[in-house]
Design a protein around this ligand. Structure first.
Ligand SMILES: C[S@@+](CC[C@H](N)C(=O)[O-])C[C@H]1O[C@@H](n2cnc3c(N)ncnc32)[C@H](O)[C@@H]1O
Length: 274
């Protein structure tokens, strides 16, 4: 079974997801002649939103450098964005922690969507972002993995879903996940801790917002087929088995709770190199 089916394209095609990312990109007021880094580009969804925005506003001569550490993700992005000219987008394989050394020019904007929670050492990476930004350059990020992402009345949903998924894994497959060190996407900072981290790196926040999104069943089913998500919840379990358990469990949870969506908060932050 290929890893492609556990890529990010399916999830990132969900309307609610592209809308929340479009909201961030729209608030950046993009103009002509910008050099932009899409850090953690995965399947290229954010680069596509930026390109559409630039084209719709007749912003010319801007270009994007799409960075991801995963070869599979970059392949997906290149395929999804094959219609875009080479002068508009280039792809760089790099870990966040060393990306600035692989980019030769200073840039106006670094966008890090839905990925800051992966960073073990956020200051290290943000200092790297600072290195590559021009004076007054901007750093924009969003995430739904922060302390505050789960509205209080949705916590029962997660408990039920995870309990059911582990039960299916143990009953139907006679397996249990390996014990993993606490993964970084579970070590969640509050918005005010993010504020401090940015301040420590010499960045000034110019805009911050929490948006609440209704995530339908399809969103939960699709995130349950994304490799990074699956591995975070069921480390050591084969992707196809873990994915089946998570999907079956979330369907049952929606049925039992008689719900059609679950609210999730997205934090968005725009900071400037001061
Ligand atoms: C959840 S996806 C987000 C994709 C995209 N930015 C979006 O908002 O739709 C996170 C991406 O970060 C990448 N990633 C995770 N850890 C990384 C690291 N240390 N360095 C570079 N990329 C990393 C993963 O490969 C994945 O493609």
């Amino acid at each position: 079974m290929s890893n492609d089916q556990f890529g990010f394209t399916k999830f990132s095609d969900n309307d609610f997801y592209s809308n929340i990312n479009k909201a961030l990109i729209n608030s950046l007021d993009l103009k002509s002649d910008l050099k932009i880094v899409d850090l953690g580009c995965a399947s290229g969804g954010i680069s596509k939103i930026i390109i559409d925005k630039l084209q719709n506003t007749n912003s010319i001569n801007s270009s994007i450098i799409a960075v991801d550490h995963s070869k599979d993700a970059l392949k997906e992005a290149q395929s999804n964005l094959r219609a875009v000219s080479d002068s508009m987008i280039t792809f760089v394989q790099s870990r966040y922690e060393e990306f600035s050394s692989k980019i030769k020019e200073k840039v106006d904007l670094v966008v890090l969507c839905n990925a800051i929670h992966y960073l073990d050492d956020k200051e290290l990476v943000i200092k790297d972002v600072m290195k590559i930004l021009k004076p007054n350059g901007r750093f924009a990020f969003n995430s739904s993995f922060f302390d505050g992402a789960h509205p209080e009345d949705t916590k029962g949903f997660y408990r039920k879903w995870m309990f059911k998924a582990m039960k299916i894994l143990s009953k139907e497959f006679k397996m249990r996940p390996a014990k993993a060190d606490k993964i970084e996407s579970r070590v969640q900072l509050t918005p005010s801790q993010y504020h401090d981290v940015l301040g420590n790196c010499g960045m000034k926040i110019i805009n911050t917002k929490i948006r609440t999104v209704e995530v339908p069943l399809d969103g939960w089913l699709d995130i349950s087929s994304f490799k990074d998500f699956i591995e975070g919840i069921m480390p050591g379990i084969k992707l196809d088995i873990a994915s089946q358990c998570l999907q079956k469990a979330v369907k049952e949870t929606f049925d039992e709770m008689k719900i059609t969506f679950v609210n999730r908060n997205w934090m968005e932050v725009i900071a400037v190199k001061s």
